[in-house]
Design a protein around this ligand. Structure first.
Ligand SMILES: [Zn+2]
Length: 447
């Protein structure tokens, strides 16, 4: 483990704002001064004040601990009883001066002791780590090695800043959020169809991104090398800015990329992305597209540049011209074949932060944490209804405290889209072990 036992991180200045007056204004949501800046932020003092109530009344700690125990918490004779106690939890504690303390290598005997600790310590957030060979609290006296961990994916909107014209950084809106929806759908399909994973938990990260926790036993036991390979499979867009390049597309698309292109990207590009982001009417973003074309044909690039110089055409009309031009020219210049697909993938193919997926012992913020800036709960998402998910509607801790929203829907999504099936499979696995043991006993008796 390279990460230090504890570290302090300075938060933004507004995390230190403990002005009670302002807080009251924000908590009632309006009046004299609306304290809801762009991006859905809340005053951090308001969020912090609502946290004790959240942990007392709403945080589903026992359910989460049950999930992380993967069936080993129920006293089944074949269960690995020490498993739940070998899971690392990190409590990130907010200090009054705005810094954070990472209390790492925490572990708990059972769901109740986890729930009690959360209520008592009220961490700013909780990160889940791997299951180790020994209890993580024994670190220092034993050789601690991670032995399994859910395979995780992290997709963050900030990685799409160069292809958004509506927002940047931590901000999101209805025009750019569909980039996340498309990414979720492509990864969800690929993980299920190409890797055969079944138990995927999708979670909104509370502000501008999404996480996926893959809980199949096979996924949990993957080595770091295998994790990297799965992550790389989805990372066909490499590099940053001008040096970004697209693999696996031209001249022949890989089947998984072709499926993503046909099922999601082509339609999203023309019907949503271009009309909303209007990138071809922005000089620098148009240049990105023309530069890609220029890598295959400098003349076509120059022609299109000239054509769009004084054009009043919108992005969809401009795209139609680009498509026509490429299609005609590609009859003679084979290097233009696949260029349309390449341009689309360059912009909207999922941008996965593969470093998060690669290592079994990478900590990741758990579901049902609360984002300190937005106050929103990191709730599960139903992948089958991903396009209906609206981050603006996600309950905040203030909503929950005021009783205007509940987490009922979020818990239902957790159970119905993910946990019920995963839990049933965990139980079946233990039953199968019992059957196998009986059969082998019987065999030795017969022998
Ligand atoms: Zn936006």
């Amino acid at each position: 483990m390279s990460a230090p036992e504890t570290k302090r991180v300075k938060l933004d200045a507004d995390a230190m704002d403990v002005d009670g007056e302002k807080e009251n204004v924000a908590a009632v949501g309006g009046g004299v001064e609306e304290k809801k800046p762009r991006g859905g932020n809340l005053e951090s003092s308001v969020v912090q004040r609502a946290m004790p109530h959240y942990y007392d009344k709403h945080y589903p700690g026992e359910l989460l601990f049950k999930w992380l125990s993967q069936g080993n918490d129920k006293g089944h004779p074949r269960a690995d009883k020490s498993y739940p106690t070998r899971r690392e939890f990190t409590f990130v504690l907010n200090k009054d001066d705005g810094s954070e303390i990472f209390a790492r290598y925490k572990c708990f005997a059972n769901a109740k002791s986890y729930g009690d600790a959360v209520k008592k310590e009220k961490p700013g957030r909780i990160e889940f780590g791997p299951v180790y060979n020994r209890k993580p609290s024994e670190k220092g006296s034993v050789d601690l090695k991670p032995v399994e961990r859910e395979l995780v994916f992290d997709i963050d909107m900030t990685d799409y800043d160069d292809v958004r014209t509506c927002c940047s950084g931590a901000d999101i809106c209805g025009k750019c959020w569909p980039l996340m929806t498309v990414a979720l759908k492509i990864l969800d399909t690929g993980l299920r169809e190409d890797f055969g994973f079944k138990h995927l938990l999708w979670v909104y990260s509370g502000r501008r991104g999404i996480h996926c926790w893959i809980s199949d036993e096979r996924a949990r036991k993957l080595s770091d090398e295998a994790r990297a390979a799965v992550a790389e499979y989805f990372a066909i867009v490499k590099g940053e800015g001008k040096s970004r390049r697209v693999l696996s597309v031209a001249p022949q698309m890989y089947p998984a990329v072709e499926r993503a292109y046909k099922n999601e990207l082509a339609d999203y590009w023309i019907n949503s992305y271009l009309p909303e982001q209007r990138i071809l009417e922005h000089e620098d973003k148009l240049e990105n597209v023309l530069d890609l074309i220029g890598t295959a044909d400098a003349n076509i690039k120059a022609d299109l540049q000239e054509e769009f110089k004084n054009s009043k055409a919108d992005s969809v009309a401009r795209w139609k011209r680009i498509e026509e031009t490429i299609s005609k020219a590609s009859l003679k210049n084979y290097r233009l074949r696949g260029m349309v697909e390449k341009i689309i993938c360059w912009h909207v193919y999922p941008r996965v932060d593969i470093e998060v997926s690669k290592h079994m012992n990478h900590l990741l913020k758990g579901p049902f944490c609360v984002h300190p800036k937005t106050g929103r709960v990191c709730i599960p998402m139903d992948p089958k209804a991903a396009e209906k998910f609206d981050p603006e509607q996600v309950p905040t801790v203030v909503d929950l405290k005021q009783g205007v929203k509940t987490l009922d829907g979020a818990i239902k999504t957790f159970n119905e889209t993910f946990w019920n099936a995963c839990d049933a499979e965990n139980a079946e696995r233990l039953t199968a072990k019992t059957r196998a043991a009986k059969a082998s006993n019987q065999q030795s008796i017969d022998f």
